[in-house]
Write a protein that binds this ligand. Structure first.
Ligand code: OSB
Ligand code: MG
Length: 369
C-alpha cells in the first residue's frame, strides 16, 4: 500500500456537557481528523486527540498539526507499506508526539483494513462482538448535580461509574457517593493531582471499595506509585504515566499498578496499544480503554481495540450521545444496556458523515505525496 494523499482537518465541536477535571473545565473540543488515500483510492481516517491546552500531555492541537504536516506525513513519502505495524517503526526516530503519530497511524490502519476487505477489529486480532462500557463523569458544581448524573448513567446501563477527584473534592465526595450508591462499581481518577505527601489521605480511599484509583500521582512517575501501591489495598491504575509498552513492562515490574488504562493517542497508535495489551496479558494485568472526549472516528478505533481479550474492565468509550448533539459518523456509536456492538463494516466500521465533518472544519491542509 502506498499513501498518495493526506488531508489534515482541524475541527472544533461544542460538547453537550462541559467536562471538568483536577486541571480545569472544557466545553469546546478542538481536534484533528487525518484522512489518507492509497494508490487504489481507499480512504482511511484517524483522529488527533490532543487538546488545545497541554494539560494532559505536552501536545496540543497545534503542535500535533505541526508534527503531522512537517514531519510525520513526509516520512511516508515513497514508502510501500506491507502492514500498518510498519508505521510505528517509520515514526520511531521522532521522539514522543504520540498523539500526532497515532492520528496518522490510525488512518493507515483504517485504510489498510478497508483495502483487505476486513474490519479494523479483525485486522488487529479482536474477537469480541460486544464490548462493555462505563462512563467518566467530570467534577460537578455540587453533590446533587453529580448524584443526578450518576443516576442517569446507571439508568442508561453503564457498567461502571468513574468520577474525577482532586484535593478538596475527594474523601467527603466519595463518602457522599457511597452513602447514596453503596454497591455500584465505582472508580476515581485524580489526573495526577496528589503527591506522596498526601499518603494519609490516599490511604483513606480503601474504605470506599473502589475498583481502582486512576493516576493519583505525578504524570511522569512510576516510582512513587509503587511506594503508594504497597501501602493501599485499592488497585492503582496508571493512565498518564504509561506512554509505551516499555513503560508498561517497567511499571508492572516495579509494582506501580495493578491495572493499565490504554489510550491509543497517548501511546502513539494502535500497534503500541496492542503491544501494551500483550505485555499486560502476559503479566496478568487487566487493561481497559480510556477516552479522550473523542468524536466518532476516535471512538470507532477505541471500540476495535477494546475487542481484544485482555480489555476486561469496561472502558470510557460511552456512546456519541453522551458527548455530541450530532456526531460526525453514521451510524452514531450507540450504547445498549452498557454494551456497544462491534461494527461489522470494513475498516473502522462507521461511515464518516462528510457534511458534518466539513461543517466543523476550521482549517484544511492537503498534502500530495
Ligand atoms: O469520556 C472520556 O472520553 C474520558 C474522560 C476522561 O476521563 C478524560 C478526559 C480527558 C482527558 C483525560 C481523561 C482521563 O481519563 O484522564
Ligand atoms: Mg485518566
Amino acid at each position: 500500500m502506498i499513501i498518495r494523499d493526506v488531508m489534515i482537518r482541524r475541527l472544533e465541536m461544542t460538547m453537550k456537557n462541559s467536562f471538568s477535571t483536577s486541571f480545569g473545565t472544557m466545553q469546546t473540543r478542538q481536534f484533528l481528523v487525518i484522512e489518507v488515500i492509497d494508490e487504489k483510492g481507499n480512504h482511511g481516517f484517524g483522529e488527533g486527540v490532543a487538546f488545545s491546552i497541554p494539560w494532559y500531555t505536552e501536545e496540543t492541537t497545534v503542535t500535533s498539526l505541526h508534527m503531522i504536516q512537517d514531519f510525520l506525513v513526509p516520512m511516508l513519502k515513497g514508502k510501500t507499506l506491507h502492514h500498518p505495524d510498519e508505521v510505528n517503526i517509520i515514526f520511531k526516530s521522532i521522539r514522543k508526539n504520540n498523539m500526532a503519530k497515532a492520528a496518522v497511524e490510525c488512518a493507515v490502519w483504517d485504510c489498510w483494513a478497508k483495502r483487505q476487505g476486513i474490519t479494523l477489529t479483525e485486522a488487529i486480532g479482536g474477537k469480541k462482538e460486544k464490548i462493555d462500557v462505563g462512563i467518566s463523569i467530570g467534577l460537578q458544581a455540587d453533590f446533587e448535580t453529580l448524584a443526578e448524573r450518576i443516576n442517569q448513567s446507571l439508568a442508561s446501563g453503564f457498567k461502571r461509574i468513574k468520577v474525577k477527584i482532586k484535593p478538596g473534592q475527594d474523601i467527603k465526595l466519595l463518602s457522599q457517593i457511597r452513602e447514596r450508591f453503596p454497591d455500584i462499581p465505582l472508580m476515581a481518577d485524580a489526573n495526577s493531582a496528589y503527591t506522596l505527601d498526601d499518603l494519609d489521605l490516599l490511604k483513606q480511599l480503601d474504605q470506599f471499595n473502589l475498583t481502582m484509583i486512576e493516576q493519583p500521582l505525578s504524570s511522569d512517575d512510576i516510582i512513587d506509585h509503587a511506594t503508594l501501591q504497597r501501602q493501599i489495598q485499592t488497585p492503582i491504575c496508571l493512565d498518564e504515566s504509561i506512554l509505551s509498552a516499555e513503560d508498561a513492562r517497567k511499571a508492572i515490574q516495579l509494582g506501580s499498578c495493578r491495572v493499565i488504562n490504554v489510550k491509543i493517542g497517548r501511546v502513539g497508535g494502535m500497534t503500541e496499544a496492542k503491544k501494551i495489551h500483550d505485555v499486560c496479558q502476559q503479566s496478568g494485568i487487566p487493561v481497559w480503554c480510556g477516552g479522550m472526549l473523542e468524536s466518532g472516528i476516535g471512538r470507532a478505533h477505541n471500540i476495535a481495540l477494546t475487542a481484544l481479550p485482555n480489555f476486561t474492565f469496561p472502558g470510557d468509550t460511552a456512546g456519541s450521545a453522551s458527548y455530541w448533539e450530532r456526531d460526525i459518523i453514521t451510524p452514531e456509536v450507540v450504547v445498549n444496556d452498557g454494551t456497544i456492538s462491534v461494527p461489522k463494516l470494513d475498516g473502522m466500521g462507521f461511515e464518516v458523515d462528510v457534511s458534518e465533518l466539513e461543517r466543523h472544519t476550521t482549517q484544511r491542509i492537503e498534502i500530495h505525496l
